[in-house]
Write a protein that binds this ligand. Structure first.
Ligand SMILES: Nc1ncnc2c1ncn2[C@@H]1O[C@H](COP(=O)(O)OP(=O)(O)OP(=O)(O)O)[C@@H](O)[C@H]1O
Length: 459
């Protein structure tokens, strides 16, 4: 069986079992032997799917097991444990076995069980590797995730506006990623090596906003113990990101407009004019044109800021990306998680996809964070996400259902094409007449002589 196709296998044991090794070689396995974690570290294993055999018998210390955990978590290795019986394991080993292993074999190992388990392990590793490729969740260098059309259009806009050294206004609902887009524009621009300074105009009290933006000299006001440069000055040579620009008080709007027109600032308490070279990228979740009409926002400032425009799509227009984003968010959470999080259950992925998300990515992030903390066995289920489990009807059809539907369709079409001449139908479908009769019975099909219609019998 597969004797001529060597299949890679990672075999980690303090004492490799000679009989087992001979059996593995006969079965076409090509083992990489490791006796310790440091052996593993020195190995040049590529990312092809493989089986892993970990000997949990020879008194593996909990510390050793923990050190091996990064290898157990690799998606391209399907692990099988060798034990003296699961009940003889330490609590740490039992926990790991449950979390990471596809199966275990109890010594003395039955050859057939080992063969079956290792074959299964490679199959699972192959499946996981191909799933990882089907859902690539590696973010772009700017940290943005998105495959859907709306995000592709956004990425194209970002690439275009990045080439021009002009003000950009990003509009979009709260929490949709406007700051990420602003950073992406900066990183792709000629100013990338300069600073990126973000100011949230809504988060800074109006009385402090002027000093934050323009800085101040010592003694400019009570409490100004020493000179402090403002955020505009700090952004010199780079990009100034003004978030929630619609919430900027009118007084600051006037000063900002003056700066945009002259390219100079004056710190509070000083008359010295300082030339500052920044590109302004601003963002708003409110309709700025309506704010201009309501005289809450200066029209001349609006036209200064809104030279190039980028529209950030809300989450509800990024339906195809929800699962991609969710996997990405979970990967971020995993880095700081005190516990191993294995991933979303298939039902959880379906419920994430089916949920009617409003515009906010932050809601998605918070739900996943909460679910990661609340889930059991490291698997996130719909209830952890506080989402309904999608109804049975929303599930993808089983292979049996697909096959049944395809057979019925083929039978109906052939019967119609050949005007019920069953000999011709059987010949075209490549089956015997007996099989055709049986299939028609199974599909509750009958033909009405003399009519072209094929009707389904009543059950
Ligand atoms: N396409 C995306 N890829 C990865 N993460 C995203 C994406 N879009 C949004 N996020 C994440 O969503 C969160 C909110 O994004 P961000 O702060 O950029 O939104 P915002 O529109 O600027 O919010 P606000 O309007 O409240 O200022 C961040 O944690 C961000 O990393």
């Amino acid at each position: 069986m597969n004797a001529y196709i060597p299949r890679p296998l990672l075999y980690l044991s303090r004492q490799h079992d000679g009989t087992l090794c001979r059996h593995l070689a006969q079965q076409g396995w090509k083992p990489h032997f490791a006796s310790s974690v440091s052996d593993l570290e020195g190995m040049d294993l590529d990312s092809q799917p493989m089986a892993g055999l970990l000997d949990l018998r020879a008194g593996v210390a909990p510390a050793d097991l923990q050190a091996v955990e990064p290898w157990l978590a690799l998606r391209n290795i399907g692990w099988i444990g060798l034990t003296d019986g699961a009940s003889d394991l330490t609590p740490v080993a039992r926990n790991m076995l449950g979390l990471y292993f596809i199966d275990y074999c109890t010594a003395p190992c039955d050859d057939a069980h080992v063969d079956y388990a290792l074959g299964h392990a490679v199959g699972m590793a192959t499946l996981r590797s191909s799933t990882a490729q089907a859902f690539p969740h590696a973010p772009r260098p700017d940290g943005m995730i998105g495959n859907c059309e709306a995000m592709q259009a956004l990425f194209r806009s970002i690439a275009k506006v990045s080439r021009w050294d002009m003000p950009v206004l990003i509009s979009g609902e709260s929490g949709t990623g406007k700051e990420l887009a602003a950073r992406a524009i900066h990183q792709a621009s000629a100013r990338a090596s300069g600073p990126f300074i973000a100011v949230n105009c809504a988060a800074i009290p109006p009385t402090l906003l002027m000093s934050e933006l323009f800085g101040y000299e010592r003694g400019a006001f009570t409490g100004a113990a020493k000179r402090k440069p403002g955020r505009i000055e700090l952004a010199h040579g780079g990009t100034l990101f003004l978030d929630e620009i619609g919430d900027m008080p009118l007084e600051s709007q006037t000063s900002l407009l003056r700066f945009l027109e002259t390219g100079h600032i004056e710190r509070l308490g000083s008359t010295e004019s300082i030339a500052v070279d920044v590109r302004v990228v601003s963002a708003t979740h409110v309709d700025l044109q309506a704010a201009v009409a309501a005289e809450r926002f200066r029209g001349d400032l609006y036209h200064r800021l809104c030279v190039l425009r980028v529209k950030q799509p809300p989450l509800r227009e990024r339906e195809r990306d929800i699962v991609l984003l969710a996997e990405h968010i979970l990967n971020q959470i995993r880095k700081h998680s005190p516990e191993r999080i294995r991933g979303f259950s298939p039902a959880a992925l379906r419920s994430l996809h089916a949920h009617d998300w409003p515009g906010n990515v932050r809601e998605l992030i918070n739900r996943i964070r909460n679910a990661a903390a609340m889930c059991e066995d490291g698997v996130i289920r719909p209830c952890d996400l506080e989402l309904h489990s999608p109804a049975e009807t929303e599930r993808p059809p089983t292979l049996a259902k697909v096959r049944h539907a395809a057979e019925l369709q083929a039978l109906k079409e052939a019967l119609q094409r050949h005007h019920e001449r069953l000999i011709d139908v059987a010949e075209e479908l490549g089956i015997s007449r007996v099989t055709l009769f049986r299939m028609m019975r199974e599909h509750k099909l009958q033909v009405r002589r003399g009519e072209l219609d094929v009707v389904e019998q009543r059950a």
